[in-house]
Design a protein around this ligand. Structure first.
Ligand SMILES: [Zn+2]
Length: 121
């Protein structure tokens, strides 16, 4: 896809949390405290595209976030289960919970950005 004279890539734009319309502005505020929930911008700084259209708009993003968390948990479990067969199941479950907790913040942002890229207004 082309935007002006700059090439864009859907996957890179989603991973970099870019605006679904202009692919230049950021959906989330940058450099926010790591232990707090990410803060979403109301609209794009570049093209004024409004991100939060209506109450409950991002309800569907919860399904994406859930899917990502389950996928990451299953992958983590299999990595630890087959790479370290002597580990106890309890430790494998602790590692799954740890990885899911660490990636929770990124999942929150990624699911919302992916949702507005899939279902733009
Ligand atoms: Zn924009």
């Amino acid at each position: 896809m082309k935007n002006g004279n700059k090439k864009t890539n859907f996957l890179l734009d989603v991973l970099n949390e870019k605006c679904p319309k202009c692919r230049q502005g950021y959906v989330f505020k940058q450099n926010v405290h790591l232990l707090k929930l990410p803060i979403m911008n109301d609209k794009c700084d570049t093209c004024n595209y409004r991100y939060d259209r209506e109450p409950g708009y991002f309800l569907g993003a919860m399904y994406i976030s859930y899917g990502l968390a389950v996928l990451q948990g299953v992958i983590t479990f299999f990595i630890f289960h087959y790479s370290f067969p002597s580990l106890s199941t309890f430790f494998e479950i602790v590692m799954v919970i740890l990885v899911m907790t660490i990636l929770g913040r990124k999942n929150y942002k990624l699911s919302r950005v992916l949702y507005i890229h899939i279902f733009p207004w």
